[in-house]
Design a protein around this ligand. Structure first.
Ligand code: ZN
Ligand code: ZN
Length: 290
């Protein structure tokens, strides 16, 4: 699962074949990129060596950060020691724990515990709210000269022009809420994921089985489509993507029907499908695409 945000990439888990899909998606070889690993089961990490090798081979030079649970450093360094990946770019490895927040200027990525038998992390990508759109024409009309005073208004501060005080709200639109995407795979339905996913624009949740295989879901630390839908509802998410559907379902549409009974805004994305995530602008019906 890859989030594309402007020029930046966020890859969540790296199962077998990811490198092929990644190249096919033309996602970009040398962009700022982080890989988030949920847990150390093969279907989530076996694609890492191939991915690193491919990126290097295709000419990546920029640092790549790989974030995951305890053990991710050992995994990547031992593969690299034995196989020699010929990485031409630096790799930064980071082990994280539930409760941690990875901060960037425009977004945070929060980490929470999933419930899966072995240590497993769920991640929420949250953009910070941004100031409203700046109305340059209005600023000019109000007699504010372009330059540092505009910057001040854009940051929400009032400015003084001659003897008049100009309030930022006169030239700024309503604040724009950031997009929130939560990734919770593999997991049983659990309270920590509900908390993490609160108010998500998109929740990507484990939906390995149909309701008829509920016992199996419990036994293997997965969720049914109905359970995933329950989490979407309880977390107040706006859209649910059913994910990690078991290969035993050749046709997974019954899982989608099950989920929609509980949470209508459910989707079942196919391989290589792109989903646009939009955030609501506070105070207006406008939407912004990510
Ligand atoms: Zn697993
Ligand atoms: Zn899995």
């Amino acid at each position: 699962m890859l989030i594309r945000r402007g020029p930046e990439l966020f890859l969540f888990d790296c199962g077998e074949g990811t490198q092929r899909q990644f190249l096919q998606a033309r996602a970009g070889i040398n962009r700022k990129m982080r890989i988030f690993i949920s847990h150390l089961h093969g279907d989530h990490v076996f694609g890492l060596p191939g991915m690193l090798h491919s990126l290097s081979f295709m000419g990546r030079t920029r640092e790549l950060e790989i974030i995951g649970p305890k053990g991710i450093i050992g995994l990547v360094t031992s593969v690299n020691r034995v196989v020699k990946l010929y990485n031409r770019f630096p790799i930064r490895l980071r082990e994280v724990k539930p409760g941690l927040s990875i901060k960037d200027a425009e977004y945070n990525i929060r980490v929470a515990a999933a419930q899966h038998g072995i240590p497993c992390l769920a991640y929420a990508f949250e953009e910070k709210p941004r100031a409203g759109r700046f109305d340059a024409a209005k600023a000019r009309r109000l007699g504010v000269p372009e330059g540092p005073l505009w910057k001040k208004l854009q940051s929400g501060k009032s400015v003084r022009v001659g003897r008049r005080r100009i309030l930022s709200k006169l030239v700024l639109g309503p604040p724009r809420q950031g997009v929130k995407i939560t990734y919770a795979v593999d997991t049983r339905p659990c309270a920590s994921v509900i908390r993490l996913a609160s108010g998500s624009d998109l929740l990507i949740h484990d939906s390995c089985f149909a309701g008829s295989a509920a016992t199996k879901a419990k036994e293997y630390g997965h969720s049914t489509a109905g359970e995933a839908a329950g989490i979407a509802k309880r977390s107040g998410s706006r859209m649910l993507a059913l994910f990690h559907v078991s290969a035993m379902y050749e046709d997974a549409s019954p899982l989608l029907a099950e989920a929609r009974k509980v949470f209508h805004q459910s989707i079942l994305p196919q391989d290589m499908e792109t989903v646009s995530v939009v955030a609501q602008v506070l105070g207006q019906g406008m939407r912004r695409e990510l």
